[in-house]
Design a protein around this ligand. Sequence first.
Ligand SMILES: [Zn+2]
Length: 115
Amino acid sequence: MSACIQCGSEVENAAITGVVCLKCSNTMTGIDKPEPKIDPLVLSALVVGGVAFAIKFEINGRNYIALSLGPIMVILGIVALARIKSAPQDLRNMRLGTTIGAILLGVYHVIRGLG
Ligand SMILES: [Zn+2]
């Protein structure tokens, strides 16, 4: 094992020192864009959550906007949660926090929607 000279992360199967990991070499050559700190799915879920706060459609005390958008947030969050392991190590905590936040907000909307 040896450390990447660019980001310091461990590079597996490196026979020589002074190597660059795959992620950094992709970034340098412009093949790969840097990973966003928040999963794009979670960002979409948070946008949906914002919409659910902004719009209201109530029948008999039930807010059907919140009731339909809440589960969408939960589903987006669960999909994002399932793929956190493929995120770069240094982003996982950030991803986990924001993803759980989005899921909880979705659950909150469902509870709120029920009135
Ligand atoms: Zn690197």
